[in-house]
Design a protein around this ligand. Structure first.
Ligand code: ADP
Ligand code: ZN
Ligand code: ZN
Length: 767
């Protein structure tokens, strides 16, 4: 089945299809369907096609008209169909096509981002047929699927007849849980397989073998957790959302930290399941939230597809199949789970919808929260965006009645209330007992009290490493990464100076790359140093740290689990400690430097500060004992800090929306970012200027309906050895912005090599 060039006569007898190919071109390609494949190709099929000298995987997105006979000799044929079934059904394909259109991104790349890896079986077949270069989407690694033996109950109560004690124990457990993996019966009996076989012989249970993704989320038995009765606010939210099941509608669920948003999600999904509808739930970082998955398993059993980055391709393919066939009706995962092929999609939930991780920052740059609304709308599913600190964009949609605003104003558990927040003004504070200004006397006293009561403490500092920068005493300069314009961070445990943006590292003692001096001094404070100082100050306490360094070493969820089990007294960490954890014995939360994020060169700096502070404060006092929160800051009067202190989300939004309107930044306007990088700064600058000139020549820019801001070097001017320039397009109206952006997109299709350029609609990162 090699490439065929067709004669005009052959063209007449052929069917043709439009194929999206993962190349940086915003157009489709026409291929002929050879007779022997005619029955196998459908819209949504993944196919191998000749493309230039390569063979690549593409996606059939439409039937195409026969090409003009005069040029038809150039039409090539589809070489092979790569999957047993089309990878995209109509719902998913249509949605992805509108997503590609919205983000002006090549459809082939969008589809590749969304598609699961190819089955390794067909991959090796293809290799045998000589298709060796099928592109990266096909390089799935081979992973053996573990089979899981489960025991399923065939009776619903213990039988009357005599039954031995071990059989009775096992049968009782199986009946209680409907079905149980055999190995989970081990604590009950020594030989679960033999007991299960004996029970099966009596037809009280059935033993089944299943493909089981090897997955730590399912490593332990689902905990049993009684479902709480929803309170009035939860019930009102549930009712409003359930009323729209099957019809569709968008909701903003604004529930303060600990208000029981998860219970609302669980009830909605339960109702959807009862009606045979599927559900999709997006969470920021699934690895950080094993507790959430456990709660879903306790309610729905193990028929949940948990899609996360640790899944091997083969496991992902198994989940994908199960969702498509409808045998599994619930998918939970991070950003990319948005593309899960949930059958009969009825509910889409975005939990912690304000979280920055929903924005994909390379390749197909999408915002999963926005696409969740789009996908739900197209599927007539309800969409729920939930957060204690909704993004301003979402708040504005609610104000405009494009989302229904639902509020959970109180903490769910009867005794828990939002903790009072104290401001520690670092301008007027003498150094604390250790001599360090950032361990103030009030903070140290609060920690001491909490430890005395056998309670737990979380301290938040958004800088990992020991010291964020180093100054050379020889030349007086900060040590910078040779490839990036950022300073090197000292990591004392590893005894290295590291760049946090690339792989560069060097010995902690230098020498300075500029003057070879080894006389280096540490500047500033990172989590490693904070951890050390707290160890010294509280020698009998268990102090631990959670940041990307410890997560890499012990696995992301590990520290949180140890905190939950009470093995940690003080947890120091970066924003990983702010996310969603529900640990009742944490009573003190301290923010080491509340104004840290305010200095960011980003119009969302206030918003991000407010969100971080509110979220981290929300970790305190979730159980029976009251919580206490301390914000240490040099800017005690800053509105982001003042509103966080008073738990005043709406007040913050009113203030910040005014700021955004004055500055004409989103949500008061629409943005697109054009970014260019190249190894040579002049080249990068020239290409960026050329693209900006192209935009400025547009009549909508000349009439000021669209503004061009820049170009300018990016705040991080150099990254991984490449120089970066960018400009922003800004408009009040999306339609106008799109017109100018599409001119840029067309120009990008022609290539700007050796520079690289990208278009980012609704950009998030300003770095
Ligand atoms: P959120 O996601 O809004 O921060 P959670 O869903 O984690 O809050 O709920 C906080 C705690 O309150 C959890 O321990 C949960 O089990 C409990 N909870 C939720 N709803 C209720 C309720 N109606 N009655 C009692 N406890 C509840
Ligand atoms: Zn030096
Ligand atoms: Zn670097």
């Amino acid at each position: 089945m090699s490439t065929l060039d067709l004669t005009a006569a052959e063209v007449a007898s052929q069917r043709f299809v439009s194929v999206a190919i993962p190349v940086p071109l915003r157009r489709l390609f026409t291929y002929a369907v050879p007779a022997q494949l005619a029955g196998a190709i459908e819209i949504g099929s993944r196919v191998a096609v000749p493309f230039g000298r390569r063979k690549v995987a593409g996606y059939v997105v439409a039937a195409a008209p026969p090409p003009d006979a005069a040029i038809s000799v150039k039409v090539k044929s589809v070489a092979a169909v790569l999957d047993a079934q089309p990878v995209f059904d109509a719902e998913l394909l249509q949605f992805l096509m509108s997503a590609a259109d919205y983000y002006m991104h090549p459809l082939g790349d969008v589809l590749r981002t969304a598609a699961p890896a190819l089955e390794t079986r067909s991959l090796s077949q293809l290799r045998q047929q000589g298709f060796l270069e099928l592109g990266e989407s096909l390089t799935g690694r081979r992973v053996a699927v573990r089979t899981l033996r489960v025991v399923r109950a065939l009776v619903d109560r213990l039988p009357e007849e005599r039954i031995g004690p071990s059989q009775a124990r096992v049968l009782a457990r199986v009946i209680e849980r409907r079905e149980v993996p055999v190995q989970e019966l081990l604590p009950l009996v020594k030989n679960p397989n033999a007991v299960a076989r004996a029970l099966a012989a009596k037809r009280w249970v059935a033993i089944e073998e299943r493909d089981a993704p090897q997955d730590r989320f399912f490593a332990q038995a689902a905990p049993s957790e009684p479902a709480p009765t929803p309170n009035a606010a939860q019930q009102a939210a549930i009712d409003a959302i359930v009323a729209k099941l099957g019809q569709g509608g968008g909701f903003l669920l604004h529930g303060i930290t600990g208000s029981g948003k998860t219970e609302v999600y669980l009830r909605i999904i339960a109702e959807a399941r009862a009606r045979g509808l599927g559900a999709l739930m997006l969470v920021p970082e699934i690895a950080l939230t094993p507790q959430l998955v456990a709660r879903f398993r306790a309610r729905f059993g193990d028929e949940i597809a948990v899609l996360h980055s640790e899944l091997a391709e083969r496991e992902r393919a198994v989940s994908w199949q199960a969702l498509r066939s409808g045998s599994v009706r619930l998918a939970i995962g991070a950003r990319s789970a948005l593309f899960a092929p949930v059958a009969r999609l009825g509910v889409v939930i975005v939990d912690e919808e304000h979280d920055a991780s929903f924005k994909q920052e390379d390749g197909f740059r999408y915002q999963a929260r926005d696409l969740a609304l789009l996908r739900a709308q197209r599927a007539a599913a309800v969409c729920v965006l939930g957060s204690a600190t909704p993004a301003l964009e979402s708040y504005q949609l609610a104000q405009q009645n494009r989302l229904t605003y639902l509020q959970l104003p109180e903490r769910a558990s009867a005794r828990a209330v939002l903790p009072p927040i104290e401001i520690v003004d670092l301008n007027n504070m003498r150094s604390g007992p250790t001599g360090a200004y950032y361990l103030s006397a009030p903070l140290m006293a609060a920690i001491r009290d909490s430890l005395a009561q056998k309670e737990q403490v979380i301290l938040f500092l958004n800088r990992r490493g020991f010291a964020p920068s180093m100054r050379c005493q020889g030349c007086g300069e900060l040590l910078e990464c040779p490839a990036c314009s950022v300073s090197l961070t000292k990591h004392r445990r590893a005894a290295r100076l590291r760049c946090h943006y690339c792989d560069f590292h060097m010995p902690a003692h230098g020498p300075c790359l500029r003057c070879k001096s080894t006389d280096l001094i540490e500047l500033g404070l990172g989590t490693e140093r904070l951890e050390d100082e707290l160890r010294a100050a509280f020698p009998s306490a268990n102090v631990a740290r959670l940041d990307r360094d410890t997560a890499a070493a012990e696995g992301t969820g590990a520290a949180v689990e140890r905190l939950r089990r009470g093995e940690i007294d003080i947890l120091v960490g970066t924003q990983m400690v702010t996310k969603g954890h529900d640990i009742p014995n944490v009573t003190v939360v301290g923010v080491i430097l509340a104004d840290q994020a305010l200095a960011f060169p980003d119009f969302r700096a206030h918003e991000r500060t407010f969100q971080l502070l509110t979220q981290v404060a929300g970790r305190a006092g979730r159980g029976d004992r009251p919580g206490r929160v301390l914000f240490q800051t040099f800017q005690p009067e800053h509105p982001a800090i003042v509103h966080a202190r008073t738990h005043d989300y709406l007040g913050f939004c009113r203030w910040e929306l005014r700021v955004r309107r004055e500055l004409a930044f989103p949500p008061a306007s629409r943005l697109a970012a054009v970014r260019v990088d190249a190894g040579d700064p002049l080249q990068a600058n020239r290409v960026c200027q050329m693209l900006a000139d192209l935009a400025r020549a547009h009549r909508l820019v000349q009439s000021d309906a669209v503004q061009v801001l820049g170009p300018a070097p990016a705040p991080i001017e150099r990254l991984r050895g490449r120089y970066r320039f960018r400009f922003l397009l800004r408009a009040r109206e999306r339609a106008a912005l799109r017109q100018v952006a599409s001119v840029i997109a067309r120009r990008l299709d022609d290539g700007v090599a050796p520079a690289r350029a990208s278009l980012d609609i609704d950009p998030y990162s300003m770095l």
